[in-house]
Structure formats: C-alpha cells, structure tokens
Design a protein around this ligand. Structure first.
Ligand SMILES: [Zn+2]
Length: 238
C-alpha cells in the first residue's frame, strides 16, 4: 500500500532536479505522482476510501479564476465539497449546467450548504463594467452588467475604479445568492422542510481570507410575491 510511485524515467519525482526545465504539462503528471505518494504516506487508506463514493455537505459555486480553488481556500479534502465554477460565479436561471449541478447537489447528495464564492479583483466583473467588446464572453458578461444596472445608483457614486469593481463583486454575489433562492430546486427543498442554507462569500486574494457577506438564507419569505413559488400541487387521478 505504502509504495512510492515512480515517474516514467524511473526516478522518484522528489529526486528530480530538472523540474524547472519541464514544461507545465509534464509538471502536472509529475505533480500528480507526488501528490499520490504524499497522500498515501499520510493516510494509506485515503484512496480506498475516496473510491467508495462521496457525501459532501457543501456545494460551492465559485469563479473559474485559477486563484480560488474551493478545497484549498477552505482547508478541506477531496470528497468534502461539490464544486461548480464559471466566470464570475454566476447563477443564471437558464444555465442548464448550473441547474443540473444544483439539482444533483440538493436532491441526490442532499448538501446542507450552498456557497456562492466571489473574489475581489474578479476579471469577469471588471470586464463587465467596461463597454469593451471581448467576443463570445460578452453574452455571459451581460448577466453581470444587469446586476450593475440594478445597483447603478450606488456604484456610480464610487470614483475609485478598483473599489467600484470590488463593490460590484459583493453585490453580484448577493444577487447570485438570491438567484439560487429563486429556483424551484432550492424552494422545494425548503418546502419539504429540508435543512438547506445558501450563503454569499468573498475571497480576499491579498490575504486569502474569506468574508461572509451575511446574506445567508434558509427560507423564501424575503423573495417577494412572484419569486416565492407555492408548493407544487400533485393532482391525483383515479
Ligand atoms: Zn473571477
């Protein structure tokens, strides 16, 4: 069980001195071998356990940005967080990818917490605050521009561009938390009396620390009449 896996040239990765000459692709393969060896050294049963299945209690909806990986940021292990990421951590109600992940997490994995995790200095949010054309991504950025429009009275008073982006990062996470609460997936879980909370976080890349925006929700009463859906009535036929 506790054996050291060797790389293709038959040297242990730890002993390779030409690491910096390798390209970024090969370093991934070597990094994997290193990771496996370290894990098995710490916990010989780690992968046996991991292969048996997952029962995470948290769904993380974060930004695709390479600096905000869910497990590292929260000090958790593989198996503990179910993850969906896209540019600027959006929860768009027509996005089948996001909805499928949410539905599976809530109704199959039965997670207890959904966290929308944004981060200061988000490139997607910054791009949405300009009138530049970037290509296909403009269609995605439109969703963030719509959040800006909802809060333009506040944002237009901020003259410092960096501060403006960071405030929109916060407002965007808050809106995405509301967007999740508006889904029938989340509301049906609440109607069934299930324990499920939706939270909004910001990761401060300059410190690594998470800021809880205190917009957590575990009920639909704050959503307003048209968004708070009534329970689905099942019509029985005889
Ligand atoms: Zn981002």
């Amino acid at each position: 069980m506790n054996q050291i896996i060797k790389s293709q040239d038959n040297t242990t990765v730890e002993n390779q001195h030409h690491q910096y000459e390798q390209d970024s692709y090969q370093s991934l393969i070597d990094g994997n071998i290193n990771w496996v060896n370290n894990r098995v050294k710490e916990d010989p049963e780690f992968f046996t356990r991991l292969a048996k299945g997952q029962s995470p209690e948290v769904l993380w909806i974060g930004c695709s940005d390479s600096r905000v990986p869910a497990n590292e940021v929260t000090g958790t292990q593989p198996g503990e967080i179910f993850v969906h990421r896209n540019i600027a951590n959006m929860c768009v109600h027509t996005d089948m990818n996001m909805l499928s992940v949410l539905d599976y997490a809530v109704n199959v994995l039965k997670v207890k917490h959904v966290i929308v995790a944004g981060h200061y200095g988000c490139g997607g949010v910054a791009a949405a605050l300009t009138n530049k054309q970037f290509g296909l991504i403009d269609n995605w950025l439109r969703n963030i521009k719509d959040v800006y429009r909802l809060h333009s009275h506040e944002l237009d008073r901020i003259t410092d561009e960096k501060a403006k982006v960071n405030r929109l990062v916060e407002l965007n996470v808050t809106e995405q938390v509301y967007n999740l609460c508006k889904t029938t997936i989340v509301q049906n879980a609440w109607n069934d009396g299930r324990e499920l909370s939706v939270h909004g976080w910001i990761i401060d890349l300059s410190s690594g620390l998470v800021k809880d925006l205190k917009v957590s929700s575990n009920a639909a009463h704050h959503l307003g009449y048209v968004y708070q859906v009534e329970e689905l009535q099942v019509v029985e036929t005889h």
